[in-house]
Design a protein around this ligand. Structure first.
Ligand code: FSO
Ligand code: SF4
Length: 546
């Protein structure tokens, strides 16, 4: 195996024996094989479109879902990937038949290779990985593009689950996958990466529309972090349609629903506030789940990443369920919803009834819900605070949290920020400082949480709105600094989206991606002013221009 797609890759070079995330070599290889077949499927889909023929909707969906399944920490289940490879082969053959002729294979046999046994799959998988691309810059750009697409696929799928889709996003995903099979120059591939950012903006806008049309615009909300007396279900991940189905089906059952990690922002949506049994947020960021799940006592539902394999001493594994793109051998999996119907969560609800209530690990409240509509509603107050000097600077500290020790940087940075600064956040990065007593500025909390990582789109809209209010020509002239933490591939699409909106001088930590070759990293530094982090004190001085 060779995988370097996330921030915690071994020695910031690549995982070669077993993933630091817990991914086993056989799963890593099957993921590579699946991506290889997705490229073949995309070649055929593009060829069909070129001929003026329609690509079946199931092909668009298959590419999207499969990319999502290969995101870090989403799916560790070998059997699911074996099944997926079989499905990919059948879909490919169907498209080949529809096309009637075989397009040029561009140096690979993704259109003709076939296998029946897992052994054959494993043998092939070993020959189609990342390292097959020898030129380090081409490899770097191809992988950067693929990781952006994975993040895009995740967001597109959440929108899709709410009935929102855009053909052009599917087409881009597939055309970009085809681009990774072609002999393109570094310049051409860079062009694809930048376009990926543009489509990232479109996808996040689509998801924002899907979420707010379906559930209303997030509003200022205080979320309880204590517990109640009933048994509970802890829902994690990002999928709001799963959230809705679960809340509806648990009504009146005596089971409370709590959010974990990235599901916290579900509390900010008006549509979910009507559920009396929607109790609060339990625990912390994804990487603390081994402890949080132990004391939660109830049932846990993963709707997406980030899964941490249970420890050998963990007692909760039989209480965990996955659904959608997520999976883990040993956890029970809830099947997809059938068209027009809700998912069937009855098994886990019955299971939850037999569990003890959660142990209280903390008390208090978290405040959030500062997505674009809510911030626009407060715009006068915010603008006044900036004009009067009460707010000197905003710090976008969005992104991901993770288990690397060096991430304490973000807690320290938040603590050391001067009192006339405000943090704009989205994603699980917030858990590094969202329980600190950072106070407010004239009633505006010093941590404004827009929501999940995809709600970084809201932060971009807020910046664009401020640019308009202050009549500036360039979004970079605003008093906003970007100190973003990344972990997995959704952060990659968020980064590319911000770049495509013209945001410059983003600092990225705790380490720069291992998949950026020195030359590609240099292009990002020269063109966009991308920087790394040093120490909270040094960086504070740099950001504040002191
Ligand atoms: Fe975090 Fe995980 Fe939301 Fe990611 S829970 S790390 S970028 O999946 O998607 O912020
Ligand atoms: Fe390693 Fe990250 Fe890949 Fe897991 S996802 S195998 S930790 S690089």
């Amino acid at each position: 195996m060779f995988c370097f797609q996330c921030q915690e890759t071994a020695q910031n070079r690549g995982c070669t024996v077993r993933g630091v995330c817990g991914k086993t070599p056989d799963v890593a290889n099957l993921q590579d094989l699946l991506v290889f077949l997705l490229k073949g499927i995309s070649v055929l889909a593009s060829a069909l479109r070129e001929k003026g023929e329609k690509v079946p909707a199931k092909a668009n969906r298959f590419v999207m879902e499969s990319l999502f399944m290969t995101i870090t920490n989403a799916n560790f289940d070998k059997e699911r990937f074996v099944k997926r490879v079989h499905e990919a082969l059948s879909l490919r053959d169907e498209l080949l038949e529809a096309l009637g002729s075989v397009p040029e294979e561009r140096g690979s046999d993704s259109l003709s290779w076939r296998a029946e046994s897992v052994e054959e799959m494993e043998a092939k998988a070993a020959t189609v990985g990342i390292l097959q691309t020898e030129d380090v810059d081409v490899r770097s750009l191809r992988e950067l593009l693929i990781y952006g697409l994975k993040g895009m696929a995740a967001y597109a799928e959440h929108a899709f689950n709410l009935g929102f889709e855009q053909e052009e996003i599917f087409i881009f995903m597939q055309d970009a996958l085809v681009a990774t099979t072609q002999d393109l120059s570094v310049e051409e591939l860079t062009g694809w990466v930048l376009r990926c950012g543009e489509y990232g903006v479109k996808t996040m806008a689509l998801l924002d529309k899907a979420n707010t049309t379906t559930y209303g615009s997030p509003e200022i909300t205080k979320v309880n972090i204590g517990v109640r007396k009933n048994p509970g279900i802890l829902i994690s991940g990002h999928d709001l349609r799963d959230m809705q189905d679960l809340l509806e089906q648990t009504q009146g059952t005596g089971v409370d629903v709590y959010t974990h990690s990235e599901m916290l922002p579900a509390h900010y949506y008006p549509a979910f506030k009507k559920y009396e049994h929607f109790a609060g947020n339990y625990g912390s960021a994804w990487w603390k789940q081994n402890e949080d799940f132990e004391t939660f006592n109830g049932v846990i539902l993963f709707t997406t990443n980030c899964i941490v394999p249970p420890r050998s001493t963990s007692t909760y594994a039989d209480r965990v369920y996955t659904t959608g793109a997520s999976g883990f051998a040993g956890f029970k999996h809830i099947a997809d919803r059938q068209e027009g119907k809700a998912k069937d969560f009855s098994a886990l609800i019955e299971h939850a009834k037999r569990c003890a209530p959660p142990v209280e690990i903390e008390q208090g409240e978290i405040i959030g819900g500062f997505a674009h509509a809510q911030v626009f509603a407060l715009a006068d107050k915010v603008v006044e605070a900036v004009k009067s000097g009460a707010i000197r600077k905003f710090f976008v500290m969005a992104g991901c949290d993770g288990r690397m020790k060096g991430r304490s940087y973000y807690t320290e940075f938040a603590e050391k920020l001067p009192k006339d600064t405000v943090i704009l956040t989205a994603g699980c990065a917030k858990y590094r400082y969202n329980k600190l007593p950072l106070g407010d500025i004239n009633g505006i909390p010093r941590v404004l949480d827009a929501g999940q990582c995809n709600d970084s789109y809201s932060l971009a809209l807020i910046a664009l709105k401020l640019k308009e209010v202050f009549e500036l020509n360039d979004v970079n002239d605003l008093p906003i600094a970007y100190n973003i933490a990344w972990y997995e591939q959704k952060a990659v699409i968020v980064l590319l989206a911000l770049l495509s909106l013209g945001v410059k001088n983003i600092h990225l930590g705790p380490t720069l991606p291992a998949f950026l070759s020195p030359n590609v990293a240099n292009v990002l530094v020269q063109t966009f002013g991308i920087g790394s982090i040093t120490t909270p004190d040094e960086d504070m001085k740099m950001f504040l221009g002191e």
